[in-house]
Each structure stands twice: as C-alpha cells, then as structure tokens.
Ligand binder design. Sequence first.
Ligand SMILES: *Cc1c(COP(=O)(O)O)cnc(C)c1O
Length: 400
Amino acid sequence: MTNRDTYSPWTREYRTETRAAQGDGWRCPTTGAVPPPVSLGATFARDDQYRSPAGIAYLRDQGSPGYEQLEGVVAGLEGGSDALVFSSGLAAATAVFQVLPAGARVVVPETMYFGLTKWLLEFGGERGLEVVRVPMDDLDAVAGAVGAAPTALVWAESPANPTWLVTDLAACAEVAHRAGALFAVDNTVPTPVHTRPFELGADLVMHSGTKYLNGHNDVVAGLLVARPEPSERHQEFWERLRLHRRLTGPIPGPWEAYLLLRGIRTLFPRMRQISATALTLAEHFQGHPLISKVAYPGLPGDPGHEIASRQMTGGYSGMLSLHVAGDWQRSLRAAEHCELFIRATSLGGVESLIEHRYTFEGPDSTSPKDMLRLSIGLEDPADLVADLEEALERAAKDVP
Ligand SMILES: *Cc1c(COP(=O)(O)O)cnc(C)c1O
C-alpha cells in the first residue's frame, strides 16, 4: 500500500468507523501531513529508465496519488475487494450497463433513482439492452422476471428514491444468483453505516459520492465497489469497468477526490445524527392533521419496516417523504414557505433540503404530486419541526 506520495503506517485491521475517521491512516511520508497533500498533476514525469515513479502516468488512466487512498477507504467501508471512483454517481451506474454485452437482459426496479431510469429508457434499448422493470418489493415479480429469460444483471436500490420503498436485498441476491445473474446494489441512501450489501449477497455496490459520503453538497462523484473474493467471472467484469473508465474518462479531478475523502471522515457521526433526526421528524408528522402519509422505513407502520429492520443497522438513513393532505398544490406551497429547509435537489448533505419531486422531474415524473421529499441534515430537530409546522400551516391557508 505504499507509493512515494502517500502511505499508511497501519499494521493492524481496524473497524470501519476508525478506518473512515483516519482515512485508513494515510499521510504524506516526507512531511507527515495529515491528511496527504492534493496532487494536481494530470501527467506524471517518468524517470531516466522511463518508469513512472508512483505507477501513475496520466490522470484519466490511473487517477493521481490520493485516489488509491479514497478507493481503499470506500472498499474497506463496504467490505469489498476494490473500488473505482467516478466523476458522478450516474457515471458509475451507467458504466455497469455500458460494459454489458449488447443483447444483455437486465432486471431493474420500477422505483429507483430517476436519472438511471431515464438513461436506461433513453439509451438502454438503443444499445441492445433488454430492460425489464419490476416492482422490486414484490419477490414473485422479481423471480418471474429473472426466470423468464437468461438475465445478465439484477439492479436494486433500498430504500428507493423517492418513495423509500424497501427491497429485500438478500432475497433478490438469491433470485439473481440462482439464475446466474450478477446482483448490483445502489447503496447511496443507506450508506455502509446502515447497510452492507455484500453481506447480503451483492456482487457490486454503487454509490453517488455526491450524497452522504461527501456530505457537504460541494462535490459530484460516484463509486463502484467490487465484491469480496471475486470469482474469475466477477474479476473479468471488474477489469472491464476499470478499462471503461480509463478509455472514456469519467474520473473526478483531484480536488473532488480530496473533498470526498474528507467528507467520509465524518460519515459515521453524521449518519447517526441524521438518521435519529429523520426518525424524530417521521414520528412527529405521522398522524399530523395536515399530513396524509409519512413514508419512512423507520416507522413501525411503514410497509418496508420489517425488512428494513432486518437489513439495516443503527438507523434508517435521513430520507423521508411527507404527503400533504388536501389539494396537491398545498405541498408545493409548503415547500415555498419553508425557511430552514432549503428548496433544492440532491440529498445527503449537512443542510436539510426539501423538494417537490414531481415539479423537479417534469412531465415524465411518476412521483406523487402531493409528496415532499426531505433530506435531513444536522440542524436541531426542534428547529426543523417548527419550520415545517409553520410552512404547512401557511400552505393550508393559501390553498383551501
Ligand atoms: C444522486 C443519486 C444518484 C446519482 O448520483 P450523481 O452523483 O448525482 O450522478 C444515484 N442513485 C441515487 C440513489 C442517488 O440519490
């Protein structure tokens, strides 16, 4: 794990929270800088024997010195064998579908991150992929779709954006593997703090690093993580992903890689507080006269609660959706009346965000019109509750 620019002096295996906090202990060997310096080089000089001193020739090909640390830390958090950082979550996700052979059949959730659905519908068919969309919480539907014809890949996301539908990842992994398909999981929302998909049978984990991993709304990045103990077939697929990144260039710049790793250092305490606050808000607004439904897997009445409790540890993440009672326009008005909740897309940062997904996604949207998606941050829960209470009351007055 040593090259000339960064290294880790660690000789023992530490727990994931320790690994995150210290970035696996890497530092600059010449100055001792904690954390290691950012190297902004896009190209790297060779020595007089024409060797690359750090094994790095060009930024698009291998990244630069800090990337090895970042990828090692994320692989460690997920319990995977390797990781690749990408320039966005979607660059990472679509890489998986782009390296599949033409004609491959993929089974994906009906409810998942909007951008990936859109890519699959716009470009998947054109590239010869057979895209089969199923309600991923219905295991019979998943098994039926996977069993109907040879399937290359099953994709899952749980809880799924933006309705927080819960998928039984272990059961889906079994269905996929029985049919010889790879099983990939978008673990952006739960993060490895709350869910470890490899322990449930996943072959590949994907992250939008833009969200909780970075946590500060100042980076766009993505990651893929390879399963532990990959077979020859898994390894071949992984090497194709690496080659795809190298030959198409969706790799972040050194600043983004640095900021992403800096965010990861506080991932555990952020997730603990965010998930606790999200539960407080979900409990507060459940049964509220101005709210018709709260979607949050942490609530005992939520349809996904039992499975989520089995596959998530230490919390249910910080995403919930509120369905506003009355005319659907009330939900939009409520968002407009918030002061503390910022009207912005994205999720996973330290600032709480509120979004009317239907308006954001446009006419193709399948998001319910009365739904407000909340990304809970690190503010005092009482202030967040008060902000929403006041906004809901004002919205109820605006729109009968
Ligand atoms: C944001 C997000 C993505 C896409 O990531 P980008 O970094 O925005 O490209 C994928 N999956 C989920 C669950 C997300 O929230």
